[in-house]
Write a protein that binds this ligand. Structure first.
Ligand SMILES: [Fe+2]
Ligand SMILES: [Fe+2]
Length: 286
């Protein structure tokens, strides 16, 4: 980076499924090395690190980041996606076998979120303490402070309301906490970036079959999330989930979809933030 700008590399939706996937792991190592060579200051991964919600596979991602020298609070931020937290087959089996109450599903999801936050605690709190969502990382680069506002949008699987486990929802209490005047005041002098997994805008093609698909993927209370991001002065929002590389406006804020490493492992989103608070965005092909 030049001394007056900060560069963030953002990618998403790795969907790794174990050490057997040597080719995809090699691509991830190559991507991390390219980002290093490009002089990026920080990487952001917006969820779906793995495919089957298996914590052993999260650990593989952690190991790859550690080996590449990216696993530190200053250098990397991650959030979980639906595929990190929900194994649909397992959920359906439970449902068919025991017909459990919805609160049991919520509890399972929260347990999984706290396991995720424990494994990645160095990236969340920078030490041994474990924190949950939402959380804010304000990183002081000398010339400027960048605040990453990390929000969980993964919603529990439900047979009727969330049949694929891919619909998103943010707990309104978490958004209310972010809108607290003390938080808004603390973020006032930094460049604020909202980070979450689900998309603010999906297909919108007008074709009925796509619309049916939209419904299963959507972020249910996206307007509330966008409103909150506006209140806290977010300049930029980063997400994944909908596997397309896109840059668009929503709620008056620039939004970038980091696409999917699974489908194009040689592409990432690069954000350059200058000292005067202006920024530019481009998709980089290796
Ligand atoms: Fe995904
Ligand atoms: Fe996803």
């Amino acid at each position: 980076m030049s001394s007056k700008s900060v560069t963030i590399a953002h990618f998403s939706d790795l969907h790794l499924s174990g050490k057997r996937e040597r080719r995809r792991i090699a691509f991830l190592e190559k991507l991390l090395a390219s980002i290093e060579r490009a002089g990026c200051d920080h990487i952001v991964i917006t969820g779906d690190l793995v495919d089957t919600a298996d914590p052993a596979e999260w650990a593989l991602v952690k190991e790859i980041l550690q080996d590449a020298g990216w696993f530190s609070w200053e250098r990397a931020s991650v959030i979980p996606g639906n595929h990190d937290l929900t194994n649909i087959e397992e959920e359906m089996r439970f449902y068919n076998a025991f017909n459990p109450d919805p609160n049991a599903r919520k509890r399972r999801l929260h347990k999984k979120i706290s396991e995720f936050c424990t494994l990645f605690r160095e990236l969340i709190t920078g030490d041994e303490r474990v924190a949950g969502f939402p959380y804010i990382k304000s990183i002081d680069y000398g010339s400027q402070v960048i605040s990453l506002v990390m929000v969980n949008t993964v919603w529990p699987w439900m047979n009727l309301e969330n049949p694929l486990g891919a619909r998103g929802y943010v707990n309104p209490a978490e958004l209310e906490a972010l809108r607290d005047p003390s938080v808004v005041g603390a973020l006032k002098d930094s460049f604020v970036i909202g980070v979450f997994h689900h998309a603010c805008r999906i297909y919108e093609t007008g074709v009925p079959i796509d619309q049916a698909f939209d419904w299963t993927m959507e972020l249910r209370n996206r307007e509330e999330l966008l409103g909150t991001m506006g209140t806290i002065g977010a300049r930029l929002l980063l997400h994944g989930h909908f596997h397309r590389f896109q840059s668009y406006m929503a709620g008056g804020i620039r939004v970038v979809n980091g696409g999917s490493f699974r489908y194009d492992p040689e592409r990432y989103n690069e954000i350059t933030i200058r000292e005067d608070g202006s920024f530019s965005q481009r998709f980089v092909d290796l």
